[in-house]
Design a binder for this molecule. Sequence first.
Ligand code: 2U9
Length: 343
Amino acid sequence: MDSLLQQLEAYKSEIASATAPDEKQLEEFRIKYLGTKGLVKSVMGEMKNVPADKKKEFGQILNEFKLFTEQRYEDLKLAADSGPASVGTSIDLSLPGDPIPIGSRHPITMMKNRIVSIFQRLGFAEAEGPEIEDDWHNFGALNLPPHHPARDMQDTFYIQQNPDWVLRTHTSNTQIREMEKGKLPIRVICPGRVYRNETVSARSHCFFHQVEGLYIDENVSFADLKQTLYFFVKEMYGKDVKVRFRPSYFPFTEPSAEMDVSCFICGGKGCNICKKTGWVEILGCGMVHPNVLQNCNIDPNKYTGFAFGMGIERPALLKYDINDIRLFSENDIRFLRQFTPAI
Ligand code: 2U9
């Protein structure tokens, strides 16, 4: 009797470690252990040699052995069905999958998308240009004379290997490249990263982001510029904000202006953001200087155009209540996780 029990234990471990990665081996397993001439049948046949007083106890042990073998067969069958990778394991296919965490959009990207999509609805096409640019496309073509302070080493990053190359100081190089293509009219919106040699602090950085726009056609007027920017402001800050233009100066536009909106934080009453003035400056703009048109072989007597430019960091800081510009480029996952999932 004891030797039969020992034999059963040995069979059990043999069955437990048996594998059947494909249908053929599964069938061999079935015939060997569960077939009419299989092992289970033959151990069952041992019942006739068991003394009458032990039959009940032994019947139970043999029955368990039979169930164990049948269960192992079912497990192997399931594993073979779910493919070679899961052979020898029993997998519950009804379990939910491993969760994959969803990323989030960067606040600068969200603000850029908002601005660009408003202009896209007015027919502006998005355009991008290189961040490493030659002197002509970053300065010369934009009517910045050779000794203009913006070209100073203090303000601009020059590339050591080639002093004709700079890290672009604005995205205007993209518009110059669009104009050089010679296809008119032009209506482009140009977002991107720009570089200025400034000390990094909570309020300013040596790189930041801009969106600039350019519209060139016959008979484009300052009234078109104002109406386009009014539309932008209403879409961006709501229909109740007020707008004012102040005369300004840029070498690439004439006349030039800066545009303020009534403070969207305090509603114009006066707060820290608007420095108690009730107004916040949001962009610069103007009519494209005739020299700039000429530099790109566009006839200033036939065509006129307007351009504008705005920074993205400041509106993003205000909208998302962020107090340090450096957070945008530190890649701290705890900061980045706080924004809208990127679906
Ligand atoms: C071409 C001709 C003219 C783009 C313009 C501004 C005024 C402007 C600043 C806003 C905040 C830069 O990010 S900022 O510091 N920009 O005030 N930008 S007009 O004028 C152009 C561009 C391209 C061919």
